[in-house]
Design a protein around this ligand. Structure first.
Ligand code: ZN
Length: 276
Protein backbone atom coordinates (compact mmCIF):
# COMPACT_ATOMS: atom_id res chain seq x y z
CA UNK A 1 0.00 0.00 0.00
CA UNK A 2 1.15 3.55 -0.47
CA UNK A 3 -0.33 5.16 -3.60
CA UNK A 4 -3.79 5.93 -2.27
CA UNK A 5 -5.08 7.83 0.77
CA UNK A 6 -8.49 7.09 2.23
CA UNK A 7 -10.63 8.89 4.75
CA UNK A 8 -14.30 9.36 5.54
CA UNK A 9 -16.03 12.57 6.57
CA UNK A 10 -19.56 11.93 7.78
CA UNK A 11 -21.14 9.98 4.91
CA UNK A 12 -18.54 10.88 2.30
CA UNK A 13 -15.54 8.69 1.44
CA UNK A 14 -12.55 10.59 0.06
CA UNK A 15 -10.12 8.62 -2.08
CA UNK A 16 -6.93 10.48 -3.00
CA UNK A 17 -4.33 9.51 -5.59
CA UNK A 18 -1.03 10.08 -3.83
CA UNK A 19 1.79 9.79 -6.33
CA UNK A 20 2.31 13.48 -7.09
CA UNK A 21 6.03 13.11 -7.83
CA UNK A 22 5.05 11.05 -10.90
CA UNK A 23 2.02 13.19 -11.74
CA UNK A 24 -0.14 10.34 -10.40
CA UNK A 25 0.90 8.05 -13.24
CA UNK A 26 -0.84 4.72 -12.85
CA UNK A 27 1.14 1.54 -12.39
CA UNK A 28 -0.36 -1.89 -11.68
CA UNK A 29 0.01 -1.51 -7.90
CA UNK A 30 -1.71 1.89 -7.84
CA UNK A 31 -4.67 0.56 -9.84
CA UNK A 32 -5.03 -2.50 -7.60
CA UNK A 33 -4.90 -0.33 -4.49
CA UNK A 34 -7.40 2.08 -5.99
CA UNK A 35 -9.78 -0.74 -6.86
CA UNK A 36 -9.53 -2.16 -3.33
CA UNK A 37 -10.18 1.29 -1.91
CA UNK A 38 -13.30 1.75 -4.04
CA UNK A 39 -14.47 -1.66 -2.72
CA UNK A 40 -13.83 -0.50 0.83
CA UNK A 41 -15.99 2.59 0.30
CA UNK A 42 -18.74 0.54 -1.32
CA UNK A 43 -18.71 -2.05 1.49
CA UNK A 44 -19.00 0.61 4.21
CA UNK A 45 -22.73 1.10 4.79
CA UNK A 46 -22.07 4.50 6.38
CA UNK A 47 -20.63 5.82 3.09
CA UNK A 48 -23.20 7.34 0.73
CA UNK A 49 -20.97 9.19 -1.76
CA UNK A 50 -17.39 8.69 -2.97
CA UNK A 51 -15.06 11.52 -3.99
CA UNK A 52 -11.98 10.72 -6.08
CA UNK A 53 -9.30 13.41 -6.03
CA UNK A 54 -5.55 13.67 -6.55
CA UNK A 55 -2.63 15.21 -4.69
CA UNK A 56 -0.26 17.51 -6.54
CA UNK A 57 -0.48 19.72 -9.59
CA UNK A 58 -1.96 17.09 -11.89
CA UNK A 59 -4.85 14.65 -11.63
CA UNK A 60 -3.15 11.88 -13.60
CA UNK A 61 -0.64 11.65 -16.45
CA UNK A 62 -2.12 8.28 -17.49
CA UNK A 63 -0.53 4.87 -17.38
CA UNK A 64 3.04 4.76 -16.14
CA UNK A 65 5.03 4.25 -19.34
CA UNK A 66 8.53 4.65 -17.90
CA UNK A 67 10.97 2.07 -19.36
CA UNK A 68 11.59 0.34 -16.01
CA UNK A 69 7.86 -0.43 -15.77
CA UNK A 70 7.94 -2.56 -18.92
CA UNK A 71 11.04 -4.39 -17.67
CA UNK A 72 9.18 -5.51 -14.53
CA UNK A 73 6.05 -7.48 -13.61
CA UNK A 74 3.30 -7.90 -14.68
CA UNK A 75 4.51 -6.81 -18.12
CA UNK A 76 7.43 -9.23 -18.23
CA UNK A 77 5.29 -12.35 -17.84
CA UNK A 78 2.69 -10.96 -20.22
CA UNK A 79 5.27 -10.89 -22.99
CA UNK A 80 7.14 -14.07 -21.94
CA UNK A 81 5.28 -16.41 -24.32
CA UNK A 82 4.43 -13.89 -27.02
CA UNK A 83 6.31 -16.01 -29.57
CA UNK A 84 3.64 -18.71 -29.19
CA UNK A 85 0.60 -16.87 -27.80
CA UNK A 86 1.04 -13.47 -29.39
CA UNK A 87 -0.48 -10.75 -27.22
CA UNK A 88 -3.09 -12.99 -25.58
CA UNK A 89 -1.83 -12.39 -22.05
CA UNK A 90 -1.66 -8.63 -22.63
CA UNK A 91 -5.20 -8.66 -24.01
CA UNK A 92 -6.53 -10.48 -20.95
CA UNK A 93 -4.56 -8.36 -18.48
CA UNK A 94 -5.71 -5.03 -19.93
CA UNK A 95 -9.23 -6.39 -20.25
CA UNK A 96 -9.30 -6.94 -16.49
CA UNK A 97 -7.14 -4.14 -15.12
CA UNK A 98 -7.50 -1.21 -17.51
CA UNK A 99 -10.80 -1.69 -19.32
CA UNK A 100 -12.38 -3.83 -16.60
CA UNK A 101 -11.66 -1.55 -13.66
CA UNK A 102 -13.09 1.46 -15.50
CA UNK A 103 -16.22 -0.52 -16.40
CA UNK A 104 -16.59 -1.66 -12.81
CA UNK A 105 -16.06 1.81 -11.30
CA UNK A 106 -18.59 3.30 -13.71
CA UNK A 107 -21.26 1.04 -12.23
CA UNK A 108 -20.33 1.19 -8.53
CA UNK A 109 -23.59 1.20 -6.55
CA UNK A 110 -22.92 4.63 -4.99
CA UNK A 111 -22.53 8.09 -6.53
CA UNK A 112 -18.96 9.05 -7.36
CA UNK A 113 -17.48 12.52 -7.94
CA UNK A 114 -14.09 13.17 -9.55
CA UNK A 115 -12.24 16.38 -8.65
CA UNK A 116 -9.79 17.06 -11.48
CA UNK A 117 -6.93 19.58 -11.66
CA UNK A 118 -4.04 20.08 -14.04
CA UNK A 119 -3.36 17.41 -16.64
CA UNK A 120 -5.74 14.52 -17.10
CA UNK A 121 -4.16 12.52 -19.90
CA UNK A 122 -5.12 9.24 -21.57
CA UNK A 123 -5.68 6.73 -18.74
CA UNK A 124 -6.32 9.73 -16.48
CA UNK A 125 -9.61 9.94 -18.39
CA UNK A 126 -10.25 6.32 -17.43
CA UNK A 127 -10.37 7.42 -13.78
CA UNK A 128 -12.44 10.57 -14.28
CA UNK A 129 -14.96 9.38 -16.88
CA UNK A 130 -16.32 6.42 -14.92
CA UNK A 131 -17.24 8.81 -12.10
CA UNK A 132 -20.82 10.08 -12.12
CA UNK A 133 -19.91 13.76 -11.77
CA UNK A 134 -16.74 15.65 -12.65
CA UNK A 135 -15.73 18.92 -10.99
CA UNK A 136 -12.75 20.54 -12.71
CA UNK A 137 -10.50 23.36 -11.61
CA UNK A 138 -9.92 26.13 -14.12
CA UNK A 139 -6.41 24.81 -14.89
CA UNK A 140 -7.65 21.31 -15.79
CA UNK A 141 -7.01 20.00 -19.29
CA UNK A 142 -7.85 16.72 -20.92
CA UNK A 143 -6.33 14.73 -23.78
CA UNK A 144 -5.93 11.25 -25.19
CA UNK A 145 -2.81 11.47 -27.38
CA UNK A 146 -2.13 7.73 -27.75
CA UNK A 147 -2.52 7.99 -31.52
CA UNK A 148 1.13 9.09 -31.35
CA UNK A 149 1.84 5.52 -30.26
CA UNK A 150 -0.14 3.92 -33.05
CA UNK A 151 -3.20 3.20 -30.90
CA UNK A 152 -6.68 4.57 -31.64
CA UNK A 153 -7.49 5.64 -28.08
CA UNK A 154 -7.27 4.43 -24.49
CA UNK A 155 -8.76 1.08 -23.45
CA UNK A 156 -12.06 2.61 -22.29
CA UNK A 157 -13.65 4.46 -25.21
CA UNK A 158 -15.65 7.06 -23.33
CA UNK A 159 -14.85 9.72 -25.92
CA UNK A 160 -17.86 9.40 -28.21
CA UNK A 161 -20.21 9.16 -25.22
CA UNK A 162 -18.65 12.15 -23.49
CA UNK A 163 -18.40 14.60 -26.44
CA UNK A 164 -20.35 13.22 -29.38
CA UNK A 165 -18.76 11.91 -32.54
CA UNK A 166 -17.37 15.14 -34.04
CA UNK A 167 -15.42 16.28 -31.00
CA UNK A 168 -14.32 12.74 -30.15
CA UNK A 169 -12.68 12.46 -33.56
CA UNK A 170 -10.95 15.84 -33.18
CA UNK A 171 -9.59 14.90 -29.76
CA UNK A 172 -8.34 11.53 -30.99
CA UNK A 173 -7.02 12.58 -34.41
CA UNK A 174 -5.05 15.59 -33.13
CA UNK A 175 -4.05 14.39 -29.67
CA UNK A 176 -4.72 17.98 -28.52
CA UNK A 177 -5.95 19.07 -25.10
CA UNK A 178 -9.36 20.47 -24.36
CA UNK A 179 -9.43 22.85 -21.43
CA UNK A 180 -11.83 22.90 -18.50
CA UNK A 181 -14.13 25.54 -20.01
CA UNK A 182 -14.53 23.63 -23.27
CA UNK A 183 -15.03 20.36 -21.38
CA UNK A 184 -17.77 22.11 -19.42
CA UNK A 185 -19.42 23.47 -22.56
CA UNK A 186 -19.37 19.99 -24.10
CA UNK A 187 -21.09 18.54 -21.04
CA UNK A 188 -18.15 16.40 -19.92
CA UNK A 189 -17.61 18.44 -16.78
CA UNK A 190 -20.36 19.49 -14.34
CA UNK A 191 -18.67 22.55 -12.87
CA UNK A 192 -15.48 24.57 -13.29
CA UNK A 193 -14.11 26.34 -10.22
CA UNK A 194 -10.88 28.12 -9.23
CA UNK A 195 -8.11 25.69 -8.27
CA UNK A 196 -8.28 26.64 -4.59
CA UNK A 197 -12.01 25.83 -4.47
CA UNK A 198 -11.82 22.44 -6.18
CA UNK A 199 -11.80 20.23 -3.13
CA UNK A 200 -14.34 22.25 -1.14
CA UNK A 201 -16.75 22.34 -4.10
CA UNK A 202 -16.50 18.58 -4.67
CA UNK A 203 -17.00 17.90 -0.96
CA UNK A 204 -19.94 20.30 -0.72
CA UNK A 205 -21.65 18.54 -3.60
CA UNK A 206 -20.86 15.15 -2.05
CA UNK A 207 -22.34 16.23 1.28
CA UNK A 208 -25.49 17.47 -0.43
CA UNK A 209 -25.93 14.18 -2.30
CA UNK A 210 -25.13 12.17 0.84
CA UNK A 211 -28.34 13.48 2.43
CA UNK A 212 -30.45 11.73 -0.24
CA UNK A 213 -31.77 8.23 0.32
CA UNK A 214 -29.16 5.66 -0.84
CA UNK A 215 -31.75 3.50 -2.58
CA UNK A 216 -33.03 6.48 -4.56
CA UNK A 217 -29.46 7.39 -5.52
CA UNK A 218 -28.73 3.87 -6.68
CA UNK A 219 -31.89 3.68 -8.80
CA UNK A 220 -31.15 7.11 -10.33
CA UNK A 221 -27.64 6.01 -11.21
CA UNK A 222 -28.83 2.74 -12.70
CA UNK A 223 -31.52 4.52 -14.72
CA UNK A 224 -28.95 6.81 -16.36
CA UNK A 225 -26.29 4.16 -16.92
CA UNK A 226 -28.76 1.64 -18.27
CA UNK A 227 -30.21 4.27 -20.61
CA UNK A 228 -26.70 4.65 -22.05
CA UNK A 229 -26.35 0.88 -22.25
CA UNK A 230 -29.71 0.62 -24.03
CA UNK A 231 -28.19 2.97 -26.63
CA UNK A 232 -25.32 0.52 -26.99
CA UNK A 233 -22.64 1.97 -24.72
CA UNK A 234 -21.50 -1.35 -23.19
CA UNK A 235 -21.32 -3.11 -26.53
CA UNK A 236 -19.52 -0.16 -28.14
CA UNK A 237 -17.00 -0.02 -25.27
CA UNK A 238 -16.20 -3.70 -25.63
CA UNK A 239 -15.80 -3.39 -29.38
CA UNK A 240 -13.55 -0.32 -29.01
CA UNK A 241 -11.43 -2.22 -26.47
CA UNK A 242 -10.83 -4.90 -29.10
CA UNK A 243 -9.72 -2.21 -31.56
CA UNK A 244 -7.39 -0.83 -28.92
CA UNK A 245 -5.87 -4.32 -28.63
CA UNK A 246 -5.49 -4.40 -32.40
CA UNK A 247 -3.44 -1.19 -32.08
CA UNK A 248 -1.05 -2.98 -29.69
CA UNK A 249 -0.84 -5.96 -32.06
CA UNK A 250 -0.07 -3.74 -35.03
CA UNK A 251 2.61 -1.86 -33.11
CA UNK A 252 4.09 -5.20 -32.02
CA UNK A 253 4.13 -6.46 -35.61
CA UNK A 254 5.99 -3.34 -36.72
CA UNK A 255 8.41 -2.75 -33.89
CA UNK A 256 8.38 -5.65 -31.42
CA UNK A 257 6.95 -3.21 -28.83
CA UNK A 258 3.30 -2.94 -27.84
CA UNK A 259 3.28 0.79 -28.57
CA UNK A 260 5.12 2.76 -31.23
CA UNK A 261 7.12 4.92 -28.84
CA UNK A 262 8.72 7.77 -30.72
CA UNK A 263 6.54 7.31 -33.79
CA UNK A 264 7.48 10.76 -35.10
CA UNK A 265 11.18 9.93 -34.90
CA UNK A 266 10.53 6.58 -36.53
CA UNK A 267 8.64 8.17 -39.44
CA UNK A 268 11.42 10.71 -39.86
CA UNK A 269 14.09 8.01 -39.81
CA UNK A 270 12.19 5.90 -42.33
CA UNK A 271 11.80 8.88 -44.59
CA UNK A 272 15.48 9.73 -44.37
CA UNK A 273 16.52 6.18 -45.14
CA UNK A 274 14.17 5.97 -48.12
CA UNK A 275 15.41 9.37 -49.37
CA UNK A 276 19.05 8.29 -49.31
ZN1 ZN B 1 -3.52 -0.94 -23.90
Amino acid sequence: MGYIQYETQDRVAIITLDRPERRNAQNAALLKELDETFDRAVDDDEVRVIVLKANGKHFSAGHDLSPDVFDSEPWKSMMADSDTNGLLRLYKWELKHFFGYSRKWRDLPKPTIAAVQGACIAAGLMLAWPCDLIIASDDARFSDPVIHMGIGGVEYHGHTWEFGARKAKELLFTGDFIDAEEAHRLGMVNKVVPREELESTALAMARKISRMHPHGLLMAKRAVNQSLDAQGMSTALQSAYDMHALGHANAYAISGEIVLVGLDEMTKANKESSDS
